[in-house]
Design a protein around this ligand. Structure first.
Ligand SMILES: *Cc1c(COP(=O)(O)O)cnc(C)c1O
Length: 379
């Protein structure tokens, strides 16, 4: 099956008793058993629920994985992955990481003795230098947030294999429509399904996809034991969202390309960050590992100040100023004062995160209206 077909049908079957085309929302906490230990596949809904199973099978199909495991949020999925490791274990990750991931690693897991190295993963030699005898995992995020750097998944995965280390990829920014890390050699894919997979800004969720049996067993044991499970209604909403993933993301990407190109031509704009521009430092890697260049665009202003960015964002009418991304509606956000506000200015700027940097999550509206909105906001 090709991707567009998989997005509708992967792992899905019509419901057995009625033939319902969509899986019912099994709003139940428990399941009747014939006798102790004899049941029809489900006993208690923390462990499993048929609506969740339908979603897990669909996500596994999209990522080309044997199994999908769904969580109550993206960070809950990450939390479960990192909990597979033990004090003394070491994880190499990127210095350009989603803020919530950085907080989880630094504030939750470092105090428990798991060690992290944060390196610039666009330079493979820095990744190799960071590897120690204790390294158990390389955690990749690509494209990164908010600078949209692209990391070579194939090269990192083969380096990891050479050292007997697992590779996990946060595939939230690309979505499986644009990038399938397992086919590039990664072992684990993680999603905030809140973003492109759900796609309608109406549900929080997370997922892991993997063909590694040991990882699957550990994660299933964890979700049973620690309980960060998504409810059946949330699973249903995410499943419904995924059915239109391919058409939504393609329209968003088409819009993003037009906007990125238009922004490069505006005198008020200093720099545009978009992997689809030939000027992007990792354009060739993006071309190699992604089916298209994504729906996220960042740009900075010649007037590099928080005030200038604030003025622009207060003028937009179609773009909504809000956290999050990946929905049908276009959003604008300001990393320096929102997601990355807690990082000191000097540290931010050293990482290339300027005060006027603005991040767009491009939705599926008409590109002309989006460009008009930016035009009237820029001056
Ligand atoms: C949003 C996000 C997360 C966290 O997911 P939640 O669903 O908000 O818990 C993790 N990684 C990336 C790249 C994200 O954008």
């Amino acid at each position: 099956m090709k991707f567009n077909t998989k997005a509708i049908h992967a792992g899905q079957k019509n419901e057995e008793t009625t033939g319902a085309v969509m899986p019912p929302i099994f709003q139940t906490s428990t399941f009747a058993q014939e006798s102790p230990n004899v049941h029809q596949g489900y006993d208690y809904a923390r462990v499993g629920n048929p609506t969740r199973t339908a979603l897990e099978n669909l996500i596994a199909g999209l990522e080309g994985a044997d199994e999908g495991i769904c969580f109550s949020s993206g960070v809950a999925a990450m939390d479960a992955i990192i909990r597979m490791f033990r004090p003394g274990d070491h994880i190499v990750t990127t210095n350009d990481l989603y803020g919530g991931s950085y907080r989880l690693f630094k504030e939750m897991f470092e105090p428990f003795g798991i060690k992290f190295s944060f390196v610039d993963m666009t330079d493979l030699s820095l990744v190799e230098e960071a590897i120690t005898k204790e390294t158990k995992l390389i955690w990749v995020e690509t494209p990164t947030n908010p600078l949209l750097r692209v990391v070579d998944i194939e090269k990192i995965s083969s380096l990891a294999k050479k050292h007997n280390i697992l590779t996990a990829v946060d595939n939230t920014f690309a979505s499986p429509y644009l990038q399938q890390p397992l086919s590039l050699g990664a072992d684990i894919v993680m999603h905030s399904t809140t973003k492109f997979l759900g796609g309608h800004s109406d549900v929080i969720g997370g997922a892991v996809a993997t063909s590694n049996k040991e990882v699957t067993e550990k994660l299933r044991f964890q979700i049973k034991t620690t309980g960060a499970v998504p409810g059946p209604m949330d699973c249903y909403l995410t499943l419904r969202g995924i059915k239109t993933l391919a058409v939504r993301v393609q329209r968003s990407v088409d819009n993003a390309k037009k906007i990125a190109q238009w922004l490069t031509e505006q005198p008020e704009v200093e720099k545009v960050y978009y992997p689809g521009l030939t000027s992007h430092a990792q354009h060739d890697i993006a071309k190699k590992q992604m089916n298209d260049f994504g729906a996220m665009v960042s740009f900075s202003l010649k007037d590099d100040s928080i005030e200038a960015a604030g003025r622009l964002m207060s003028k937009t009418n179609v773009f909504t100023l809000a956290e999050s991304l990946g929905g049908v509606e276009s959003l604008v956000s300001h990393p320096a004062s929102m997601t990355h506000g807690s990082i000191p200015k000097e540290v931010r700027e050293k990482a290339g995160l300027f005060d006027s940097l603005i991040r767009l999550s491009v939705g599926i509206e008409d590109a002309d209206d989006l460009i008009d909105d930016l035009k009237q906001s820029l001056n």
